[in-house]
Design a protein around this ligand. Structure first.
Ligand code: SF4
Ligand code: SF3
Length: 541
């Protein structure tokens, strides 16, 4: 195996024996094979579209889900991945027959699934590309597409589709093994990926808010009640809606974990009295927190940490998530999921052990912040707010991430943190106060709600009459972990945001030359120490 797609990759260079995430070599190789056969399928769908022939929703969904399954901490179930590989090969063969001209297709579009899969998997992964820069760009694009696929999956959950996103995703994935593309072509494709990343996040924002209303300022309870409970984690709000409907009136409470916290900000979910609050912290603390919860846990997307034996039977997966030995809830043909097994399970379990009490405040997505725009603009004009610091992204296990807690604590008191994603858990429970009633940590929501932060920045640019988004008093100090952060980064670059600091370490998949292109054209940089970075962002004052 060779995998370097996430920030925690071994030695900051690549996992080669087993994943730091808990992925076995066998799973990693199967995921490589799944990506490769999906590339083959996409080579065929790109041709079909070029011939003016339709590609069905079934195929669009298959590509999206295949990519999502390979995101860090999503799926560890070899049987599920093997089934996807077989299904993908079958569809590729059937679609190939629809082409008027099938000449010159790549080998991965022609493979019939025969032979030794493990041997083949070892020849199609990251290291199949020799040139370091081409490899780096191909992987950068692939990881961006994985993030885009995750957001596309959420759009699709509402029965909505963005044809241009599906078409781009498939065409771009096929190009990540197209030897006719030069380094410059791949750089252009990287930036184009950012454009479609913006489109996907905008469409997801529209889908979420039209279904559940615009997020609004909300106090979220951190304590527990004495009823049995179900803990729901991941990013899928549509799954949450089904769970809340099915648990209503059963005496079972529902709590959010990690990236599901922002669900509390949506008006539509406030009508459920049994939607009690948020339990615990970011994904990487789940071993202790799932243990303490005591009841069943539903993982709707990443991040799943391989569960301990002591609570594995309480972990249920759905969607792209999978783990051997954990019950998987499939949707029926209408997209409905039956959570009765979790409800029955909850009733057999003790109520959750309280980890903390109190509340946190969030709900500062674009609509809410723009409703406060006058207040915010006045605070900036009066000098009460000197700068905004975007600290969105992911949290993770690395000790070096304590930097973000220390950085948040050390920020000048006239700064406001704009956040989204699970990175917020590094500082959202600190009492950082407010500036004239505006909290110093404004949480827009999940990682995909980084789109909200971009909308806010663009609006402020307009209000202040600036020509360039980079003239705003905003600095970017983003933490990344998995591939959704890659699409968020590419989206920000597409919107013209410069001088983004990325930590706690720069991606291992950036070759020296590719990193240089990002530094020279976009001012991308890493992090250093809290003191030096504060000096860099705010001067000596
Ligand atoms: Fe390693 Fe990250 Fe890949 Fe897991 S996802 S194998 S931790 S690089
Ligand atoms: Fe977190 Fe996995 Fe990325 Fe959605 S839950 S931000 S790490």
């Amino acid at each position: 195996m060779f995998c370097y797609q996430c920030q925690e990759t071994a030695g900051c260079s690549g996992c080669t024996r087993a994943g730091v995430c808990g992925k076995t070599a066998e799973t990693a190789n199967l995921q490589d094979l799944l990506i490769d056969v999906t590339r083959g399928l996409c080579a065929v769908t790109a041709r079909l579209r070029a011939e003016g022939k339709p590609v069905s929703d079934v195929i669009d969904t298959l590509v999206t889900e295949n990519l999502f399954v390979t995101i860090t901490n999503a799926n560890f179930d070899n049987d599920a991945i093997r089934a996807r590989i077989s299904q993908t090969i079958e569809h590729t063969q059937a679609l190939r027959a629809q082409l008027s001209d099938a000449s010159g297709l790549p080998e991965n579009a022609l493979w019939d699934g025969s032979g030794d899969w493990d041997a083949r998997a070892k020849t199609v992964g990251v290291l199949a590309t020799d040139d370091a820069d081409v490899r780096s760009l191909r992987e950068l694009i692939t990881y961006g597409l994985k993030g885009m696929a995750a957001y596309n999956h959420h759009i699709n959950a509402y029965g909505k589709r963005v044809a241009s996103v599906d078409a781009f995703l498939q065409q771009a994935l096929a190009k990540t093994r197209d030897d006719s593309l030069s380094v410059n072509d791949l750089i252009a494709l990287t930036l184009e990926t950012g454009k479609y990343g913006v489109d996907a996040m905008a469409a997801l924002d529209e889908a979420n808010t039209s279904a559940y209303g615009n997020p609004e300022i909300t106090k979220v309870n951190l304590g527990v009640r004495s009823n049995p409970g179900i803990l729901i984690s991941g990013h899928d709000l549509h799954d949450l809606e089904m769970l809340l409907e099915q648990t209503a009136g059963t005496g079972v409470d529902v709590y959010t974990h990690s990236e599901m916290l922002p669900a509390h900000y949506y008006p539509a979910f406030k009508k459920y009295p049994h939607f009690v609050g948020n339990y615990g912290n970011a994904w990487w603390k789940q071993k202790e927190e799932f243990e303490a919860f005591g009841g069943p846990i539903l993982l709707t997307t990443n991040c799943l940490v391989p569960p301990k034996d002591s609570y594995r039977d309480r972990v249920y997966t759905t969607g792209a998530v999978g783990f051997p030995g954990c019950a998987h809830i499939e949707a029926d043909e209408n997209g409905h999921k039956d959570f009765s097994a979790l409800i029955a399970h909850a009733k057999r379990c003790p109520s959750p052990t309280e980890l903390e009490t109190g509340e946190i405040v969030g709900g500062f997505a674009h609509n809410q912040v723009l409703a406060l725009a006058d207040k915010v603009v006045d605070a900036v004009k009066s000098g009460a707010i000197k700068k905004f610091v975007v600290m969105a992204g992911c949290d993770g296990r690395a000790k070096s991430r304590n930097y973000y807690t220390d950085f948040a604590k050390a920020l000048p008191k006239d700064t406001v943190i704009l956040t989204a994603g699970c990175a917020k858990y590094k500082y959202n429970k600190l009492d950082l106060g407010d500036i004239g009633g505006i909290p110093r940590v404004l949480d827009a929501g999940q990682c995909n709600d980084s789109y909200s932060l971009a909308v806010i920045a663009l609006k402020l640019k307009e209000v202040f009459g600036l020509d360039d988004i980079n003239d705003l008093p905003i600095v970017y100090n983003i933490a990344w972990y998995e591939q959704k952060a890659v699409i968020v980064l590419l989206a920000l670059l597409h919107l013209g945001v410069k001088n983004i600091h990325l930590g706690p370490t720069l991606p291992a998949f950036l070759s020296e030359n590719v990193a240089k292109v990002l530094v020279e054209n976009f001012g991308i940089a890493g992090i250093t120490t809290v003191e030096d970075d504060l000096r860099l962002f705010f001067g000596d004052a």
